[in-house]
Every structure is written in C-alpha cells, then in structure tokens.
Design a protein around this ligand. Structure first.
Ligand SMILES: *Cc1c(COP(=O)(O)O)cnc(C)c1O
Length: 405
C-alpha cells in the first residue's frame, strides 16, 4: 500500500518549541568542540565540577548494587533529608507524604501542572520568566497569564497589577526568587503582598526556589512561607540539587506541598517516568546531608563574578544591567542598540543581537525574547573570571562597531 497520508502529530506539540537555552547551549558546546574560542555565557548551569564526596556516594551506590527501582516518590532517606533541609531553611514541617523526588526540578514543575490544571485554567507568570514555565503550563492545557514587571523597579511584583490579572479561571502563580533570568530577589514585603492576593483568591503558589541558596546579600534562603507560614496548605515548593551543588546532569529535584497535590503529582510520575535514578538519589542524599562548605565556596565565586560583570556591563555605553541579588545571570538591557547596523547586518531585536554577538564577539548568550522581554540579553556568569574578562572586552569591541542609521 502506498503511504500517502503524512505523519500527523498531536496538536499539543505542533507549537511546542525546543527550550531556547538548551538549544543555544548545545550550539555553543558544538562550536567549542570544533575548536572555536568561544565564551559560552548561555549555560544555565554552574561551571564547577560536582563535589567529590557527592560523586563518591554515587560510586558507592553502584558498587553496593543500589541499581534497582526505588519507590516512585523517592527513597525514604532522601525524603527525610529534604524535610530536614526545608525545616532548617524555612522553619516548615513536612511529612514524607508531602514530598516527591523527581527527575530534576523541571519534572517537579511538570508534574505539578499535570496534577493541578484542567484545560483553560490560568497560571500567572511574572515577566521575565524562566523559559520552561509557559510550555509546562500549556502542555497541561493551561493558559499562561503574563504579569508585566518593570526593570526600573527591580522586576518587582506590583500587587495591584497581580490582583487585576486574577480571574475566575486563575488557579496558580509561579514565583522564582532568586530569579532566572534577572537575579532579582523578592523582598519580604512583596512576598507578603503576593500571599495576601493568593489567600484572597484561593490561588496555589508554586514557589520555584531552585536558586534559594545562591544569594549575595548574606541572608538565609527565603520564600513565601518565610512571611506567610499559614499559607502552607496552598504553597508548593520546588527545589533541587542541580544549581546548589553543581549537579545539573544528575537530574534530581523535589517538591514539598499539600498532601493531595503531592500524591496526585506522584501518580503522574508513577505513570510516566517512575522513580528518579536510584544512583543519583544517593548522590543527592550525600549533597543534602554532607558538608555544605562547597555551597558557600561556589556562591562566593559567583558573587565575585557578579560584581565584575555587572560593573563592566553598566560601564558600556547604552547598556544597563540591574544588579543581580542571586543565581548566576546578568540580564542586560541592550535595546539602545536596536536599530543599529554593522555593515549590511541590522540589529532589530534581541535574537539578532545574540546572533551578532555569537558571530562577531564569540559570545554565546540568550536573547531576552526567550524570557518574555525583547530588550534584554541574558549572560550567564557561571564561567571563570578570565573567560568573563575576555568576553567583556570582545563585547565592548563588538558593540563599538555598531553604527546608527
Ligand atoms: C535550572 C532551573 C530549574 C530546574 O532545573 P533542574 O535541573 O530540572 O532541577 C527550575 N527552575 C529554574 C528557574 C531553573 O533555572
């Protein structure tokens, strides 16, 4: 029989794009492998190696034959370690039934959306946002509702604007502090204001705390439960070991929240991926319960780089970069160069800018449009200072070659 009908894919994937950050990172790694001297400032991962004691725990797990299925939601020791960490960081008490360990914080978020949303349900996402929030919501049939913020106001949430966005179908809001891409950290006043709106309208708060221990003001981790502990029955915390312990490849994240939601998310996971990798769970256990100096050391390095890159970016003509308070990204407004040209090349938007920087400055960066704000470009500073210094010199030269008109 002749094969005439073209392969038809499901509607839900026809508009699904690959993660722009993962795509650019892959392209940068490919160019580097070909010998191109490139500063890869596109990566959403620490440049440090996973600490030795964590690797050893994984090697031991393999040697001990800890290589079989575990309970879907994670091994009890790891859940207890998560509970202990959350108790220490946020003074909250969880039971094991309220914890789900997943294949990365990303799968935790995916499971939450699947467990929470019916078609047409709305989720409020502050802009700029992490690239994966909108597709995760949409794959569950949900509808993102974007909450605009202002760079001049530190990308802070305006409670009145939030309230105005809430409608009858609004189910949840996603918070991410410290933020990828802006590095902004919500003040306690902002968190309290969001808590009041969430309580008044029965919203679930999805608190993505993946960068909670990478902050530069010396303060301990903070999230909405730090200011509104009474909201615990409608807050789900998402966290993981990827960023804090330089373990992005190991794929361990977790959620903590209301038991009904966590149980539903566990059923979703049980019918999709089952348990997260058994060996990586042992490594994550060592990360959470072992010495924490590695976290302080990496955070101190990020802080030094933050100081360097924000100073250099803000010294460039026409560039403004709000000072990041956490995570490891500088989010710089380069829109003063939109409309400029280099030869017959026109810079019209953030994507054209990052293409130009890749070709002409050998810097891989991520266009702000991927995060919902086309004026900006995200530079990761999870690279050593020497790489950053060389990259910033090339950036300055490349911007200097752009001409108006
Ligand atoms: C990296 C990241 C995650 C999840 O990372 P995993 O590796 O899946 O744990 C979640 N949210 C934000 C904002 C991130 O940057």
């Amino acid at each position: 029989m002749p094969d005439s009908a073209p392969l038809r894919l499901a509607q839900r994937v026809t508009s699904l794009k690959p993660s722009p950050t993962l795509t650019i990172n892959a392209k940068a790694k490919h160019l580097k492998a070909q010998g191109v001297d490139l500063a890869n400032l596109s990566a959403g991962e620490p440049d440090f190696d996973t600490p030795e004691h964590i690797k050893e725990a994984a090697v031991k797990a393999i040697r001990d034959g800890f290589t079989k299925y575990t309970p879907v939601g994670g091994i009890p020791e790891l859940k207890e370690a998560v509970i202990a960490r959350l108790a220490e960081d946020y003074a909250v008490t969880y039971r094991p039934e309220q914890i789900l360990v997943s294949t990365g914080g990303k799968q935790a978020l995916y499971n939450i959306a699947q467990a929470l949303l019916d078609p047409g349900d709305e989720v409020i996402i502050p802009v700029p946002y992490w690239v994966s929030y909108p597709p995760i919501v949409e794959l569950a049939g949900g509808v993102p509702r974007y909450l605009e913020t202002r760079a001049e106001a530190g990308f802070d949430i305006d409670p009145a604007a939030l309230e105005a966005l809430v409608g009858p179908r609004t189910r949840a809001i996603i918070l991410n502090s410290p933020s990828n891409p802006t590095g902004c950290v919500y003040s306690r006043a902002t968190l309290a204001a969001v808590a009041r709106v969430a309580a008044a309208h029965g919203l679930v708060v999805i608190s993505d705390d993946i960068y909670d221990r990478i902050r530069f003001d010396g303060r301990p981790p903070e999230n909405i439960l730090s200011v509104a502990p009474d909201l615990a029955d409608r807050v789900v915390l998402v966290n993981g070991v990827s960023k804090t312990y330089a373990m992005t490849g190991w794929r361990i994240g977790y959620m903590a929240g209301p038991e009904a939601l966590v149980k539903a998310a566990t059923r979703v996971q049980g019918q999709s991926t089952s348990n997260p990798n058994s060996i990586a769970q042992m490594a994550a256990l060592a990360a959470l319960t072992g010495p924490q100096e590695c976290v302080d050391r990496m955070t101190a390095a990020f802080r030094e780089r933050r100081d360097f890159i924000t100073r250099r970016l803000n010294a460039l003509p026409g560039v403004t970069c709000p000072e990041p308070m956490g995570a490891f990204y500088a989010f710089a407004d380069l829109s003063a160069y939109h409309g400029a040209r280099a030869g017959d090349r026109a810079i019209g938007d953030s994507l054209a800018m990052t293409d130009y920087l890749l070709d002409e400055a050998r810097i891989a960066s991520v266009p702000g449009v991927a995060f919902g704000d086309d004026r900006f470009v995200r530079f990761s500073y999870a690279s050593d200072l020497a790489t950053l210094e060389a990259a910033l010199a090339r950036l300055e030269a490349a911007l200097g070659r752009l001409t108006r008109g």
